[in-house]
Design a protein around this ligand. Sequence first.
Ligand code: ATP
Length: 324
Amino acid sequence: DAEVVAVGELLFDCVIGGGCLPGGAPANVCSALVKLGNSSCLFGAVGDDEDGHKLIESLDQAGVETTLIQKLEGHPTRRVLVGLKPDGDRVFEGFDGGVNTEFADVYIRPSVDLSEVSTVVVTGTLALAFETSNKAVRSSLEGAKSQGLSTLVDVNWRPVFWENSEADAKAEILHYVNSCADIVKISDDEVKFLLGISPERGLSKPEEVLQAFGDDVTGVLVTAGPKGASFAFRSEGGIKTGVVGGFAVKAVDTTGAGDAFVAGFLSEALAQQSYLPNVSQLKTGEIEKMLQFACATGALTTTAKGAMDAQPTRTQVEEFLKNQ
Ligand code: ATP
């Protein structure tokens, strides 16, 4: 069994004018977790093609459990085209093959009982953009929730994936998060898009973000790029909140910073509580420390090209934090 199962895409991020590197948010989280000393498994789908085989091989080499990755004939593995800005921030430009290509991840089959694999599920929202993957991922997550697994959902808003209107996408994502997530990871930009809340001094008010979701969402982690992150958790004594400042690093490529952040948070959470909603019972200072670890993991990941290459080990994160 793996400590965490991630559900969703494994693909190539192709930097315009550069090369293609393995990516996809759930795959990035898996790889970062292994680097931090945890075990992880990916439930996803690639094409039965050269790209698909290469991606599975690279995850195998990274130490991620790959037996639940479906190789689907007749559908290509997805390639995302990414533009990099001078500060390392990136923009999604589209897909190799075009928006309407029937990529393999869209056709993932819901053949897995996640409770047989792990007790913690992490996923994003890209699969919701397509009818077939929407059904598959939704039923997996609803099944997981009903069996008592705990879940973290990364909002991961990528307009380029969606063919339907922004209003429909918003409604779909909100409904999914409210029915499937124990903990939500959301960036400041996504807070604005999804909830209409504008950040103050560059950071959203986390309690306002938490209250904008349904009562079944126990906690939110709100990231703000180089500015750091904040959190809010519902507990019996009220809402616990905290803010952690960002760490100064020379960012080269921010792809996957949020995914590494998620892995850092999960790694710390799992050391204390394997049932994620119980994080809310920890002291505010303890949750702050978990977020600090997550921010350091995210920051270090930006220091080299690609989503996975600069993911740090636990020792590297601890050394980095000691030197601050
Ligand atoms: P992505 O979707 O690209 O993986 P995200 O938008 O979900 O990222 P960010 O807020 O960009 O998430 O980054 C997550 C965390 O990583 C931040 O909270 C911060 O701690 C760290 N981080 C990201 N970019 C930088 C940066 N340029 N410098 C320092 N830390 C950073």
